[in-house]
Design a protein around this ligand. Structure first.
Ligand code: COA
Length: 332
């Protein structure tokens, strides 16, 4: 009977993050872009963002975040056999940033690959790593979100360039056998994940270049109002699916850690689901929208300041270009 109840769970062992050296305030942006601190704060909640300088790339930031996560997890790099790097801004078209990070960490075994689901990339990467780990094929994963969106922004376009920033976050997930009753406080790990995509919305948020079309990296383009409408109107479906799959309710959650694109989207989504404002982790004011890096950066802040603790129920959620969107519930 006990044997039957044994299951593998992907348990979070550590979280780490890394930011570029240069922090750019809204006031500093006012010097080069026709915008104002007041407009940016009122529409988005963003007060500053970090911008990568020379020598700082998606793989260097990703490797630094990975090192920090390994240290928190007290895990040696050679014990990692799976690396997934969620990014839309890789150092090169290929090889993947994940393999560059793997080499930087001195890891020569296992598998490393990039995953591209834009701002939903980290949720997609957690869901993917979880499926590898609970299948028993791999033991310990580094799940990284790392971006340098500053390098695909059109700095003449004030409707987009003020919104984004650079950075990286990472978690170590370990496959652990659990005999705890399902849903109990000792049943730790990724409890459920739900992913969606709908390619009909491509034109609302995209990059206008790529190797197979323009042979350039291109620039980010966005219909901000349309993205806003979709994010608030539709994305709650995956969160409802996550609640239904686990029996967890909004009241049971200790923390809601959504993609950090915009304070108004975060607040509206939480309100729609009945999640109390004090349970919402918001870091968009410090980092801007760092795409796939935003959730692990927020997790790192909330773990570091002691909010997220072992045993807490945490929901992550994101939407990105495509559109792509997803949610997961994790018992920390
Ligand atoms: N500074 C000052 N004014 C700006 C500006 C800026 N950086 N960007 C746009 N404006 C102006 C516009 O030109 C417009 O002026 P007008 O009325 O004279 O034409 C005015 O501000 C309002 O623009 P609008 O686009 O209607 O603003 P909005 O209320 O929709 O807010 C966003 C714009 C981008 C903040 C909002 O649509 C949004 O948050 N969308 C979601 C974006 C997002 O999160 N994307 C990532 C998802 S992964």
């Amino acid at each position: 009977m006990t044997q039957q109840n044994k299951r593998l769970r992907s348990v979070v062992k550590g979280v780490g993050s890394a930011l570029p050296q240069r922090c750019v305030s809204n006031r500093e942006l006012e010097q080069t872009v026709d915008t104002s601190d007041e407009w940016i704060v009122q529409r988005t909640g963003i007060k500053q963002r970090y911008i990568a300088g020379e020598g700082e790339t998606t793989s260097t930031l990703g490797a630094a975040a990975a090192r920090a996560a390994l240290a928190k997890a007290e895990c040696a790099a050679e014990d990692i056999d799976l690396i997934i790097c969620a990014t839309s801004t890789p150092d090169y078209t290929f090889p993947s940033s994940a393999t560059m990070i793997q080499a930087e960490l001195g890891i020569t075994k296992g598998v490393a690959f990039d995953l591209q689901a834009v701002c939903a990339g980290f949720v997609f990467a957690v869901a993917t790593a979880d499926k590898f780990l609970i299948s028993g094929s791999h033991k310990r994963a580094l799940v990284i979100g790392s971006e340098t969106f500053s390098r695909i922004l059109d700095w003449q376009d004030r409707t987009t360039c003020v919104l984004f920033g650079d950075g990286a976050g990472a978690i170590v997930l370990e496959a652990q056998e659990s005999e705890a009753p399902e849903g109990s406080e000792s049943d730790r790990g990724v409890l459920t994940s739900h992913l969606r995509s709908d390619g009909r919305h491509r034109a609302k948020l995209y990059v206008d270049g790529g190797p197979s079309t323009t042979q350039t990296a291109g620039h980010l383009r966005m219909e901000g109002k349309e993205v806003f409408r979709f994010a608030v109107g539709h994305v709650t479906d995956v969160m409802r699916d996550a609640f239904a799959a686990t029996g967890v309710t909004a009241d049971d959650l200790d923390w809601f850690v959504p993609h950090q694109a915009n304070r108004r989207i975060i607040d509206a989504s939480a309100q729609k689901l009945g999640i109390a404002p004090e349970k919402v982790v918001t870091t968009v004011q410090y980092h801007g929208n760092t795409s796939a890096a935003s959730i692990p950066l927020a997790l790192a802040v909330a773990c570091e300041d002691g909010r997220i603790k072992r045993g807490d129920l945490v929901m992550i959620e994101a939407i990105g270009g495509g559109f792509t969107w997803g949610a997961a519930i994790i018992r920390w």
